[in-house]
Design a protein around this ligand. Structure first.
Ligand SMILES: [Fe+2]
Length: 402
């Protein structure tokens, strides 16, 4: 009965028309890299591989063999991507691409690598510089239509986390130190290879943090007020996969079946957020990452604790319905069900070695107010199940330490 009410409420706000822009073609399985390079055919011209030293060490043999099998010899490698990348890496990779006359890009790595590749690709295609791409003229190009004859961006993710391989977003630190979000369907990879064995040797820290990030992408896309039924369906499947695979991967990192499910869960969560966006948890996370020298998931965990607990005070049913879909708790009480979901996710955060308290950053009232001003500008903030005012967001920032 409660579920019916929820469905009816959602139907009432379901827009009469809608659209979905599917991500690029995806191949998965033990031969995915070879298949995706075959599928690229002649569009893969003079590629620049954008990667980082760790990802390239783990994957270069597979990528090189796939390129050799297609007799592609004219390619270059840029290995200079670092975590939380800035425009400096984008400029360096772009310089190399232009100098070498590269026409297509292969991103081999995690979210940082794919994000850098997206912005480099945008600059290559548009002829603009990275700082111009963030300006109105660049935004006009980013908002333009995807052309079938466009150069190719191919992604080979080696982590299971950000979903950058299937989302339209790229997060790059600007020259002012603030993270800038580039959103564009034109820079979303047109081809993706999910080859699970490439994630097998990923160290525990990025495995755990990436998995937790993917899980909160799926949850945010599922519980938010966006009404796209395709986004919701994908988000539910992604959440199910992440909740199931993450504890298994953390217990036994060499478990290929769990790695496979985690990789697909992260990919699908990326698809879901591309369609439905996320919620206040991610909206509040991005401004905080600009002032806290912490990894994305380390910020996500304490933000999740305060925001989800505050949101379910008034909007427990959507979380409770999620719990029922996931078969986590059979309770008929919305508040208890919502609580069970939050506690399960907090338990996964602890298993992922992520603190639920922001202990090493003391925010002043003024700082919290400034962060709230930035957070309200996020496209995901108005989609949070409980609408949050500037004052409420500021107060939630101040509660993260205790
Ligand atoms: Fe994220």
């Amino acid at each position: 009965m409660e579920m019916m009410e929820d469905i009816n409420t959602r139907s009432a706000v379901l827009q009469i028309s809608g659209a979905v822009s599917w991500p690029g073609n995806c191949y998965w399985g033990p031969s995915a890299v070879r298949q995706v390079i075959e599928a690229a055919e002649s569009r893969l011209r003079r590629p620049l591989v954008i990667t980082d030293p760790g990802a390239w060490r783990a994957s270069s043999a597979v990528v090189q063999a796939a390129l050799a099998a297609r007799s592609i010899q004219d390619w270059q490698v840029f290995e200079g991507v670092v975590a939380n990348p800035s425009l400096a890496e984008v400029r360096e990779a772009l310089r190399m691409a232009r100098h070498s006359g590269c026409v297509s890009i292969i991103a081999v790595g995690g979210g940082s690598v794919i994000d850098v590749a997206k912005v480099v690709f945008g600059c290559l295609c548009s002829g603009l510089e990275p700082e111009e791409l963030a300006a109105p003229r660049g935004q006009a190009w980013l908002d333009g239509p995807v052309r079938p004859d466009a150069p190719l961006l191919l992604a080979i993710p080696t982590t299971s986390g950000t979903g950058s391989e299937s989302s339209s977003a790229a997060l790059i630190q600007g020259d002012d130190g603030r993270k800038h979000m580039y959103r564009s369907l034109r820079t979303r990879p047109a081809l993706v290879a999910l080859q699970p064995d490439l994630t097998l040797n990923l160290p525990m820290r990025p495995t755990a943090q990436g998995g937790f990030d993917a899980l909160l992408h799926a949850l945010g896309a599922l519980v938010n007020t966006d009404c796209n039924p395709i986004g919701k369906a994908i988000a539910l499947h992604a959440l199910h996969a992440c909740m199931q695979a993450l504890p298994l991967v953390l217990e036994k990192p060499e478990n290929l079946a769990a790695r496979t499910e985690m990789q697909m869960g992260a990919y699908l969560a990326g698809v879901a957020i591309g369609i439905s966006k996320v919620d206040a948890v991610h909206a509040m996370c991005t401004p905080l990452e600009s002032v806290a020298d912490m990894a994305h998931a380390e910020v996500l965990a304490p933000v999740f604790r305060v925001v989800s607990r505050y949101t379910v005070q008034t909007h427990a049913s959507v979380y409770a319905n999620t719990v029922r879909h996931l078969n986590i708790a059979g309770t008929g009480d919305d508040h208890r069900g919502a609580q069970a979901l939050i506690e399960r996710i907090e338990q996964l955060a602890r298993q992922a070695n992520l603190s639920l308290y922001l202990t090493n950053l003391q925010l002043s009232e003024q700082q919290a107010g400034q962060l709230a001003t930035q957070a309200v500008q996020s496209a995901s903030m108005p989609l949070n199940p409980r609408r949050l005012t500037h004052e409420e967001i500021k107060s939630l920032y101040l509660q993260m330490g205790n």
